[in-house]
Design a protein around this ligand. Structure first.
Ligand code: HEC
Length: 156
């Protein structure tokens, strides 16, 4: 199997899981209960995959696995807006830390943070394909900053 085919094969599974999770969302105004599990699953997968890329920079694991992991981070970062079907109300989403619901009401800011993450994860994938561990480690740090930037506004 070509490297590309392997990547796609590996990348499709989480998408399916995501679609199944999103399938619990009903039509019309999507309820927060439907979105939150999918959002959490997405976040946890990004977190684990990013950690895997980080491990590679420390000499643990092989490059193809790190590329797979970086590919997942890109894919899940891109998928964040699809978790919110038209009509979704971010104001309904509870914050884990109990932040005031008003912190959710700026969808544009939320999507800006998401776009920023997509840019950083694309750079992460490119660096991982290049294989320079130092450059990858730097980009893992940059990606984490993009995660934190959104969390600071919408999670804490
Ligand atoms: C566009 C905004 C945004 C970006 C970017 C973002 N997150 Fe999140 N993340 C959230 C929100 C919102 C929550 C909390 C949802 C809640 O409180 O229920 C969250 C929760 C989490 C959680 C907790 C999940 C759980 O099961 O409780 C983890 C872990 C996480 N994010 C990891 C990451 C990582 C790693 C990245 C970067 C690769 C990232 N996030 C990028 C918005 C974002």
């Amino acid at each position: 199997m070509s490297q590309k085919a392997k990547l796609i094969g590996c990348a499709t599974r989480p998408t399916l899981v995501l679609i199944l999770a999103a399938g619990t969302v009903s039509y019309g105004v999507a309820r927060a209960e439907g979105i939150v599990p999918a959002l959490h699953a997405t976040m946890r997968t990004m977190s684990a995959s990013l950690a895997q890329v980080g491990e590679f920079t420390k000499g643990n694991g092989e490059q193809p696995a790190a590329i797979d992991a970086a590919t997942k981070v890109v894919m899940f970062a891109k998928s964040i807006p699809t978790l919110f079907p038209p009509g979704s109300e971010l104001t309904e989403l509870p914050s884990k830390s109990g932040a005031a619901p008003t912190t959710w009401d700026d969808v544009d800011r939320f999507l800006d943070a998401q776009k920023h993450l997509v840019v950083e994860t694309a750079k992460l994938l490119a660096a991982t394909k290049d294989g320079n561990r130092e450059a990858i480690a730097q980009q893992v740090a940059n990606t984490r900053k993009a995660c934190t930037a959104c969390h600071e506004q919408f999670r804490d």
